[in-house]
Design a protein around this ligand. Structure first.
Ligand code: HPA
Length: 272
């Protein structure tokens, strides 16, 4: 572990206790309320040098460590996106800290546009795979051979199954699909959406992929769920924009919370 992560881990353990964290959770746009459900200690990113405290509206910039459904979790209420700084590895330090706190599992959430009619606004999608359409990679510049990370099963099969079982038990539809990462911050053009659909994408968004690459690099088992906040550009008359994303995220957020709570409660996420 590097010095900065080492110092942060000590600072966090002094305040939140030294018990091993089992699961790291990253919350996407408009999904920050889940952090409030955690019975634990909340630390502002501003007190954690290297954490993304500038942030994007709709995110809640704090780290909450504590108990959620009997599992010790570390919840990142907001993430840094590539488009904020031009750094694809902007989430490296927070993820190194999660790993050092003991996390072996990383569950990510995001808001996304849908390319599928059977996944309208308000639906959820569990990522089965992704397409890195940005051409960027957070491991560029990493000097060790560890940079050659296999991405064949980037979204862990056991975790996906656990989430699928939890969704079924909660009577929530959770189709699987392929997420395409565009850098943002501008939204895609209709032609870009047609292109990515031809290539096999089911949903599109501006996050998650660099974090999953970093997560796999750090040995974390990863899963991710999108909440669909709009049909992607050109596929409907719906407005597309950040305000719309924030307004629509709560539609899926309640279902997402049910699924995550159930999966944690059943022990499926930690056992998977
Ligand atoms: N495109 C990219 N990112 C998004 C979208 C979208 O349509 N909706 C929510 N986040």
């Amino acid at each position: 572990m590097n010095r900065a992560a080492d110092d942060l881990v000590r600072y966090i353990r002094d305040r939140a206790g030294g018990a091993k964290v089992a699961v790291g959770l990253i919350l996407g746009s408009g999904l920050g309320h889940l952090a409030e459900a955690v019975d634990g200690v909340s630390l502002d990113y501003a007190a954690l040098p290297g954490f993304p405290h500038a942030g994007v509206s709709g995110h809640s910039p704090r780290l909450v460590i504590g108990d959620l459904e009997g599992v010790r979790v570390a919840v990142l209420g907001g993430r840094a996106h590539y488009y904020e700084s031009g750094r694809a590895d902007a989430m490296r330090l927070p993820l190194e800290v999660l790993r050092a706190l003991g996390a072996e599992t990383l569950i990510l959430t995001n808001a996304a546009g849908s390319l599928r009619e059977d996944m309208p606004t308000g639906s959820l999608m569990s990522l089965s795979d992704h397409i890195n359409f940005s051409g960027l990679n957070p491991l560029i510049g990493e000097p060790t051979d560890a940079r050659f990370v296999p991405m064949t099963d980037a979204y862990d099969r056991g975790l996906r199954e656990a989430l699928s079982d939890a969704a079924e038990a909660e009577d929530v539809d959770l189709p699987e699909g392929v997420y395409a990462w565009y850098s943002g911050p501008s939204f895609e053009t209709p032609a870009e959406i047609r292109a990515i659909r031809t290539l096999g994408a089911d949903a599109v968004g501006m996050s998650t992929v660099p974090e999953v690459i970093l997560g796999r690099f750090l040995g974390l088992r990863c899963a991710a769920i999108s909440t669909i906040t709009n049909m992607a550009a050109g596929l409907s008359d719906e407005t597309i924009g950040h305000e719309h994303t924030k307004a629509m995220a709560p539609l899926g957020a309640a279902k997402l919370e049910k699924v995550l709570r159930r999966a944690l409660r059943d022990g499926a996420v930690t056992a998977a």
